[in-house]
Design a protein around this ligand. Structure first.
Ligand SMILES: *[C@@H]1O[C@H](CO)[C@@H](O)[C@H](O)[C@H]1NC(C)=O
Ligand SMILES: *[C@@H]1O[C@H](CO)[C@@H](O)[C@H](O)[C@H]1NC(C)=O
Ligand SMILES: *[C@@H]1O[C@H](CO)[C@@H](O)[C@H](O)[C@H]1NC(C)=O
Ligand SMILES: *[C@@H]1O[C@H](CO)[C@@H](O)[C@H](O)[C@H]1NC(C)=O
Ligand SMILES: *[C@@H]1O[C@H](CO)[C@@H](O)[C@H](O)[C@H]1NC(C)=O
Length: 861
């Protein structure tokens, strides 16, 4: 127990210095006070006594191409302020820019009310847009959806210059809207530069470098406080809905006027109303109460949080009687909080700030208070207020993981493992020559396929989270048009890729000489080229010039694909559309496919660390596809032949631009390798024909087991129960004997915990139902954890060869096959059933798969 001042001395001390505490309320008059009621024709009483500028008074701040003023003639129930009855909509990027009196903390408040104005051009529920400042992402691909409710987004940012610009960037083919904007400065003291870091418990400095978004603000034990009664126009809600067990707490309150603010606090931190009410322990009357009161508030776990707790002892009758513990997310944040000593009195305001690092975030922040275990003083605890603010991430975003400048946030855990990005320009010619030779056999009748599918359909993955895989190419194109990017954010940094003249590409490929062909597909050939200007090796994919379809779609898709840029996606370098040509130029991947390095090609085996890093890279690429764009892009054909390696063995996902429909080979065969390859196919997708990103997660689970076991996903030459890797590995995983079937090369070299972590992730990916599978983000996290476990493990003894060798990993024997593992598929009758799917012989199937992988894939820059 800590030392305490004897109460009497303390009281005398306090009486002497009483005067320094002020109970008078400080009033803050902002020097910057931009309040704009967008679209409003007339001045309205805002509801809290503040006056918002009308639209015509505020046009000086706005630069926009269009002028769409929207009104709702009649106020619906429950709208707190008339500022929600008018709006401005923007179909192009628009900017409100303000000149500030001085830099420092500023509130940005954005008010949205998704009404449906008469006249009907803009249904505000459908708007999808991003909101940024010059250097901060506030909202990324934001859509309100169908809630007929007003929404307030509140931010606190430290303006570093005297300009504050707020950009509204509609998604392609959508629009942005805003009902009202506030840019108001806040007192410097509102957020100091320091706080307590929770884990490790430590001082944290540098808060003024972050931006914050208000997520929760609770007046614990008290009523709703709206902007009228707050000192800085904030709102504080009652804590009831966050209280885990209502019976544990009891509210108490005193008259707000008795609250005093010692030095270092003020009613600007929180109004006296907040401190005048609290929750205390309900059953404190029993002789030895021993429980916590718990509040739980949900948050987005990918961010760090600033947690401010407000306390004021309105419970004790005497000084130094109340001591209690405070926990945040189960960690002791304050041990034996002694308010009397800290504040020097009763009913005095006190607050503490904590930082919850993103690396320990869960999707709930819990705040608990409970008595100390010592039998001293009264046994109780109390809490008056809670504020939870989201902190901007490493790329200055408060929404999503992409910065204004296109930077992508790396997850906290991997940051230390950043590998310097080096783009491969070498290639392994041998691999491609072999491939080209095989591919020729497969390339029989490209035209058949081309007729049925527009050019863009071979570029396009599906976008919608729920598109049926039966939909034709037409609908997939439409879907892609709806999808896309927050143009404003990216267009500034990413162009359309480079434009190549036809002559340039002719030169690069020796006039599309057959000798340079490295892949052949229904749409045309893929050539290895070398750019004349800098010798960069590239993969050149030339659409069939006889096709008359799709030029426009081609251009649209170039725009889209060239924005799909990620370190772990094979990237498009440029394109050529001269003379109706449709040519795409990709980076060339020097080390070929992941599969080739696992088995079948006799290449040196990859170490466990390399395999983990490759899986992590691929997971990142897929995570980006799923979340980096508004509606998400579903790859649809995740497999080890679609994960390519550059000359540094950095994994990149390929083929995300390929069509859902493959060529017909010889007539009665598959619709395609691309609808999913057997062995990787999500059983739920199969049954319900509903494609979701969780189908990719399933396939990725198979990839993980492939990396571990170094065998094909489907090997018909094996005994029945071993044919399908997913089933086979799951059986052994369930028995806890997975190490019996892993790649013999890894036996004795692999850290078992690391292996188990990966296997756990794989098992979750292979869950029967999509809803039970993790997101790619979660998978990624687990893989990074597996890598950490590997790195932390001591190297195994050199000789640990086990006598109990796993069954042969069948490396190199059978090629992957499209034969479904059982007859059930045959009944689906949608072109992917057994009847429709069989390939003439296994070999050509494999070639087809590899060819697909390479087409989008080859690299070099
Ligand atoms: C506006 O869009 C929402 C969401 O798509 C839809 O539910 C609603 O019916 C639309 N309202 C009107 C009047 O079209
Ligand atoms: C805002 O940031 C600047 C530069 O980082 C810093 O000097 C200043 O103190 C900050 N302002 C406040 C109020 O923290
Ligand atoms: C807000 O202030 C008004 C006027 O002072 C008062 O009547 C009302 O009770 C206050 N409400 C809250 C929740 O503080
Ligand atoms: C209160 O919560 C903390 C953190 O979750 C826990 O360690 C402690 O045991 C709890 N106390 C009681 C009495 O349940
Ligand atoms: C979060 O914690 C990790 C590990 O303790 C540390 O390296 C990182 O700097 C912390 N981040 C912040 C924002 O404090």
């Amino acid at each position: 127990m800590e030392r305490r001042f004897p109460p009497i001395i303390l009281t005398v001390f306090l009486l002497l210095f009483r005067e320094t505490y002020s109970s008078s309320t400080t009033k803050f008059t902002p020097t910057d006070n931009f309040l704009i009621d967008c679209g409003a024709k007339e001045k309205v009483e805002s509801g809290d006594g503040r006056e918002f500028k009308t639209d015509s008074e505020s046009t000086a701040f706005l630069s926009a191409d269009d002028n769409n003023l929207l009104f709702l003639p009649k106020a619906p129930e429950g709208i707190p302020s008339p500022i929600y009855l008018s709006a401005r909509a923007f179909t192009k990027e628009a900017t409100y820019a303000f000149t500030l009196a001085r830099p420092g903390w500023h509130w940005i408040r954005l008010h949205f009310h998704p009404f449906n104005p008469p006249g009907g051009t803009f249904n505000l529920s459908n708007a999808v847009f991003s909101v940024t400042t010059d250097d901060l992402v506030l909202l990324h691909s934001f859509t309100i959806g169908d809630v007929q409710k007003w929404v307030l987004k509140e931010y606190i940012v430290n303006a570093t210059t005297e300009r504050m610009a707020i950009h509204f960037s509609p998604l392609k083919n959508s629009f942005a809207f805003i009902n009202a904007i506030e840019v108001v400065n806040a007192p410097d003291t509102l957020i100091s530069d320091e706080a307590t870091n929770l884990a490790p418990l430590d001082d944290f400095k540098g808060l003024s470098d972050f931006a914050f978004q208000s997520v929760h603000r609770l007046n614990v034990g008290g009523p709703l406080i709206t902007s009228v009664n707050d000192t800085l126009s904030r709102s504080w809600v009652n804590d009831g809905q966050y209280l885990k067990s209502k019976s544990t707490g009891k509210s108490i309150s005193v008259a707000p006027t008795v609250i005093e603010f010692p030095d270092g606090t003020s009613n600007l931190i929180a109004p006296n109303w907040v401190y005048a009410s609290a929750m205390k322990m309900a059953d404190a009357g029993v002789s030895q109460p021993n429980f916590n009161i718990t509040w739980q508030m949900s948050v987005d776990p990918s961010f760090g949080y600033f947690v401010r707790l407000h306390f004021c002892d309105i419970l004790s009758k005497a000084l130094n009687d109340l001591y209690f513990n405070v926990y945040i997310n189960g960690r002791k944040a304050i041990s034996g909080l002694d308010l009397s000593t800290l504040t020097g009195g009763l009913a005095m305001a006190y607050y503490r700030d904590f930082i919850l690092n993103a690396s320990l975030a869960t999707d709930v922040i819990s705040v608990q208070i409970g008595p100390m275990n010592q039998p001293t003083g009264i046994v109780n605890a109390l809490l008056n207020g809670v504020e939870i603010l989201k902190m901007s991430n490493s790329v200055d975003s408060l929404d999503g993981e992409f910065g204004v400048d296109g930077r992508v946030a790396s997850s906290g855990m991997s940051a230390k493992k950043k590998i310097v990005a080096v783009v491969g320009i070498l290639m392994m010619a041998g691999a491609f020559i072999g491939l080209a030779a095989m591919v020729v056999k497969w390339h029989k009748r490209p035209q058949d396929w081309e007729k049925k599918n527009s050019f863009s359909s071979w570029l396009l993955p599906l976008h919608s989270a729920h598109s049926s895989f039966m939909s034709g190419s037409k609908s997939s194109v439409t879907a892609s048009h709806r999808a896309g990017f927050s143009g404003g954010i990216y267009s500034s940094t990413l162009g359309l890729g480079r434009y190549f003249s036809f002559a340039e590409l002719q030169e690069a490929t020796k006039n599309f000489n057959d000798d340079t062909v490295c892949g052949v597909g229904g749409f045309g050939n893929v050539y290895i080229g070398e750019l004349a200007d800098d010798g960069t090796k590239v993969a050149v994919k030339r659409g069939n010039p006889h096709s008359e379809q799709g030029i426009n779609e081609f251009q649209t898709e170039i725009q889209m694909l060239s924005k799909l840029r990620h370190r772990h996606l094979v990237s498009l370098i440029g394109y050529c559309d001269e003379n109706n040509e449709m040519i795409l130029v990709y980076e060339l991947m020097a080390n070929g496919t992941m599969r080739d390095h696992l088995y079948g090609k006799g290449l040196p085996p990859l170490s466990w660390k390399q395999r983990l890093e490759i899986c992590i890279g691929a997971a990142r690429g897929l995570h980006y596809l799923h979340t980096g764009t508004t509606q998400g892009i579903i790859h649809r054909d995740v497999k080890t032949t679609n994960i390519l390696l550059d000359d540094n063995f950095v994994a990149k996902v390929a083929d995300f631009g390929l069509s859902k429909d493959g060529p017909t080979v010889g007539g009665n065969h598959v619709s395609t390798a691309v609808k999913g390859s057997f062995g990787y196919l999500d059983p739920e997708y199969f049954r319900r024909q509903q494609l979701t990103d969780k189908s990719d997660v399933y396939s990725f689970g198979v990839v993980l087991f492939e990396a571990l076991c170094a065998r094909t996903a489907l090997d018909p030459s094996l005994p029945r129960e071993q044919v399908n890797l997913a089933e086979w590995a799951m059986q052994w995983k369930k028995k806890g004997l997975l190490e019996k079937i892993i790649d013999p090369y890894l036996v004795g070299k692999i850290n078992i915990e690391s292996m188990n972590k990966l296997a756990e992730a794989a098992e979750k990916c292979l869950a029967e139902y999509g809803v039970d599978r993790p997101s790619m983000g979660d998978v990624l996290w687990n893989l990074e954890y597996a890598l950490q476990l590997h790195d932390a493990a001591p190297p195994p003894p050199p000789d640990s060869d086990s006598d109990d060798k796993p069954p042969s990993s069948t490396a190199g024997s059978a090629p992957s096959s499209l034969i479904p593992e059982d007859g059930s598929a045959a009944s689906s009758g949608v072109g992917i059933g057994a009847g429709a799917v069989r390939m003439p012989d296994d070999r050509s199937t494999t070639v087809a798969n590899d060819a697909y992988a390479q087409l989008a894939g080859m690299t070099g820059r």
